[in-house]
Design a protein. Structure first.
Length: 291
């Protein structure tokens, strides 16, 4: 019963909530900051405030997952080895810079908040990839997938808030489209790498089940809507708004699936099958894997 890979239970939907909140929040700070530097608007303060709220909610999800919350302070003990520690160290500086950016609405505070948000997002991507016991997480292709997904979510939320404020977000439209293309490529390479390098069959089953809906509805649909908006002018707000909603929602579903349903551990394997006495050594076995 414990030979083939089995589903881990240490990280659940609350852990996924950290990646959803932290990724969306940091992505939103990055994309809103770029839009503010390119074309200052009134929606930046709202975007930055929402970004901080999302990041805080992500951290609250982590605290909710820990049975003894004060033990979370132990995360600060290993900055030399742990990406979770590095994320925790960056967090207070991110919140301080983000709060300053909300108050200032522009200038150096916006640039600093965007840079710290990029560092925070990178730490989250590396934190998932550093979980070496879970084959679906530890593959290097996880990093660009998590980064591109965070930018899609951030650009989508920034575009929605910009439209809600009565602004026209041409830069955010192009940024969202570019991020969607980047996520499409990183997702394709990630899935193909798992198929080629090997992964637990049940993890691949969960990811294959997501592949069709994600590529058809989470990727192609918002990409077509954004192209319609670009061709007919960015004053067409509804295609951008719908594309942004779909892009954000699909990113959250992707993270939830990856962190929960695809989270099968290594299991056990034999490099070769030993033979008692004389005889030819047989090839090894890896139960529960696609190869």
């Amino acid at each position: 019963m414990r030979v083939a890979p089995w589903h881990q239970t240490n990280w659940d939907a609350r852990a996924a909530g950290n990646f959803i909140g932290g990724g969306s929040g940091s992505g939103l700070l990055i994309c809103a900051g770029l839009a503010q530097l390119y074309h200052p608007g009134a929606s930046y303060r709202l975007s930055a405030a929402l970004a901080l709220v999302l990041a805080v909610l992500g951290l609250i999800c982590v605290l909710a997952e820990i049975g003894r919350p004060w033990r979370s302070l132990n995360v600060l003990r290993h900055p030399q080895t742990s990406w979770m520690t590095r994320e925790a160290i960056i967090a207070p500086f991110l919140f301080a810079a983000g709060a300053a950016a909300v108050l200032a609405g522009g200038g150096v505070a916006v640039v600093l908040a965007s840079l710290l948000a990029a560092s925070y997002l990178y730490c989250q991507a590396r934190m998932l990839q550093a979980s070496s016991g879970i084959p679906a997480w530890r593959h290097p292709k996880t990093i660009p997938l998590m980064l591109s997904t965070g930018i899609v979510e951030g650009a989508g939320l920034a575009a929605l808030l910009s439209l809600a404020s009565g602004e026209k977000p041409p830069l955010l439209t192009w940024l969202l489209l570019a991020a969607l293309f980047a996520r499409r490529i990183s997702w394709k390479r990630y899935i193909e790498a798992l198929e080629t390098d090997g992964a637990p069959r049940l993890a691949l089953t969960a990811l294959r089940g997501l592949r069709g809906p994600l590529e058809n509805y989470g990727q192609t649909l918002p990409e077509l809507l954004l192209l319609i908006a670009i061709v007919f002018g960015t004053e067409k707000a509804w295609p951008v708004a719908l594309a942004a909603l779909v892009g954000v929602a699909s990113g959250w579903v992707l993270k939830l699936t990856l962190v929960t349903r695809a989270a099968y551990n290594q299991g056990f394997a034999l490099p070769v099958l030993p033979i008692r006495g004389q005889g030819e050594v047989l090839p090894g076995v890896k139960p529960g894997w696609n190869k």
